[in-house]
Design a protein around this ligand. Structure first.
Ligand code: 5AD
Length: 339
């Protein structure tokens, strides 16, 4: 595995050309040219948390809140299925009105009607809930640890009263329950140093992640982090280039993991951003299936890009860049090998 020092060197080198070439080669060798599509459904923007970076934090009173009905969610999943997708991703804030049982019901219905693989991204929920959802047929879970620097984490991600937030613990539980496990970090958090980031990337390998999602931090004016001072020395920039370095390093430390070219990349640089991600290690895209009327309300950061199938034929586009649309569920080869 790549040593911490080597990771740090790649993060800070003048040129990233060598890194990107190595990552692209590793991607081709380990996961091939297939790019799997995931139908993203942002089902609720209610959230009990106060994350300093996130536009849908509980404290933001300027957001109109929504929660899709079960039938609405199911309709989006059907749409993804009809369009040949193998996976749907159900994402939302920590919305406690979406109870364990309610979510379980959604999972059962999607499974029964579409057979799609289901990825959940619902934040830090109770172990009993995570277990129940897995038993109902959920296949994968995404929970970024955002930063492994405890002090920085505490400032950007306050714990709930009386309960210390420990996302590494949740990741362990997820693995125990048999999920395919995904995590990742934000790149360019004010106060985040290259050393922090190098340690985080090294940790991806230690946890042996099956999926890795990373993206540049994009300041949201209605959040406390907007005005937070940057590190005096060694502040990581929240640029597409830096995010691509992290994608590339993630590919090298977890060669058989599934890695998306994320929406945040496209938000900063449009289609070019997404393409850069695919060219330096990524093998997944997550087109948005959230109904139009809700989409703009799920504003975790400003001007979020939206990749819709309606606008582009992704199959053709992928062929034009020398890749191929993956068919089937697209499980993480890392997880399949672990058994
Ligand atoms: N900029 C970039 N990414 C963000 N996320 C939340 N807020 C922001 C922001 N301002 C990311 C977090 C979270 C994921 C769902 O969205 O990393 O885990």
């Amino acid at each position: 595995m790549l040593e911490y020092e080597k990771i740090l060197e790649y993060l800070t080198a003048d040129s990233a050309d060598e890194l990107f070439a190595l990552a692209d080669e590793s991607r081709k060798k380990n996961v091939g040219d297939d790019v799997y599509l995931r139908g993203l459904i942002e089902f609720s923007n209610y959230c009990r948390r106060q994350c300093g970076y996130c536009g849908i934090r509980a404290g933001n009173k300027d957001v109109a809140r929504y929660r899709m009905s079960k039938e609405e969610i199911l309709e989006c999943a059907r749409e993804a299925s009809v369009r040949g997708y193998g996976t749907t991703v159900i994402q939302g804030g920590e919305d406690m009105a979406a109870t364990g049982e309610w979510v379980a019901d959604v999972i059962r219905s999607i499974k029964k009607e579409t057979g799609l693989a289901i990825t959940l991204s619902l934040g830090e929920r109770e172990p009993e809930e995570l277990k129940l959802w897995r038993e109902c047929g959920a296949d994968r879970y995404l929970l970024r640890f955002e930063t492994g620097n405890d002090k920085l984490y505490e400032t950007i991600h306050p714990s709930l009263p009386g309960k210390r937030s420990d996302r590494f613990e949740v990741l362990k539980q997820l693995r125990e329950y048999g999920y395919e496990v995904g995590s990742g970090v934000l790149i360019g958090i004010p106060g985040q140093t290259f050393e922090d980031l190098a340690r985080d990337i090294h940790r991806f390998g230690e946890i042996d992640l099956d999926m890795i999602g990373v993206g540049p931090y994009i300041p949201h004016p209605d959040t406390p982090l907007y005005d937070m001072p940057t590190a005096e020395v060694g502040q990581v920039p929240g640029t597409v280039e830096m995010a691509c370095r992290v994608v590339a390093l993630a590919r090298l430390v977890c060669p058989k993991s599934n890695i998306p070219s994320t929406t945040a990349l496209a938000t900063l640089e449009g289609v070019g951003g997404r393409l850069q991600g695919l060219n330096c290690g990524a093998n997944i895209l997550m087109p948005n299936f959230t109904p139009e009327k809700y989409r703009t309300l799920y504003e975790i950061y400003p001007s979020k890009a939206v990749l819709t199938e309606q606008k582009t034929d992704l199959g053709e586009w992928l062929e034009s860049i020398g890749r191929r649309r993956g068919e089937g569920r697209g499980d993480s080869p890392n997880r399949l090998e672990r058994g």
